[in-house]
Design a binder for this molecule. Structure first.
Ligand code: AMP
Length: 218
């Protein structure tokens, strides 16, 4: 176990980030904080945030930096994140968010940013086949002969296709990743906190590379 690891996982949507974050959080016993999951929970609960976020998410756009920074600041202030660290999934997504994150965490900064690298054409095909558990967020791949209804093997929740996994929204998100999120590789690189991990391969192989990257930094 690595106590107090503070990790940011970057990478295109569809790179397998969500699944790997769940595994990493269990392995290192740190909370998995996914801003996408938090927003989807708000959508399900019908809160003001959820109502606003739904249209933005379905269009493949980004929710405003101020809103996202507020949500994450509150979450990182919780006891578990303060004492055990965290794996941030889906945040930061812009340089402005990364700067704000460094301000919020000035006393105990992010140790490591990992870029889970998977080429664009590969994630396009993965995203089209992606299915997610509505309750625990676990990711699955459709084979075309899926159970119906499909029940999550981890928690018993409904496994569904995300509303924002339409081809137009997927392409929009991949474009945004290149313009808004890829600059974070330089941002974290300039402070010596960046490591790239090859995200192509079996989930077990990729997980082994990720844990090795984390352990090498400690
Ligand atoms: P994800 O589950 O990380 O793929 O996020 C799903 C959607 O939530 C994204 O396409 C964005 O619309 C929104 N979202 C999640 N995290 C952020 C963030 N850090 N900044 C802006 N929008 C976000």
């Amino acid at each position: 176990m690595i106590p107090g690891a503070r990790i940011v996982l970057l990478g295109r949507q569809g790179a397998g980030k969500g699944t790997q974050c769940v595994r990493l959080s269990r392995h290192f016993v740190v909370p998995h904080i996914s801003t996408g999951d938090m927003l989807r929970a708000a959508v399900r609960e019908g809160t003001e945030l959820g109502k606003m976020a739904k249209a933005v998410i379905d269009a493949g756009q980004l929710v405003g930096d101020d809103i996202m920074v507020g949500i994450v600041a509150e979450r990182l202030d919780a006891e578990d994140a303060r004492t055990r660290g965290y794996i941030l999934d889906g945040f930061p997504r812009t340089v402005a968010q990364a700067i704000a994150l460094d301000e919020i965490t000035a006393k105990s900064p992010v140790d490591l940013a990992i870029d889970l690298d998977v080429p664009r054409d590969l994630v396009l095909s993965r995203l089209s086949a992606r299915r997610v558990c509505r309750d625990c967020g676990a990711n699955f791949q459709s084979t075309g002969t899926d159970p119906s209804p499909w029940t999550c093997e981890n928690c018993g929740g409904d496994v569904v296709q995300r509303d924002d996994d339409t081809p137009a929204a997927i392409n929009q998100r991949l474009d945004l990743y290149e313009t808004q999120t890829q600059p974070l590789i330089d941002y974290y690189g300039s402070s010596g906190r960046m490591v790239a991990v090859d995200g192509v391969g079996s989930p077990d192989d990729v997980f082994a590379r990720l844990t090795q990257a984390v352990e090498q930094r400690r």
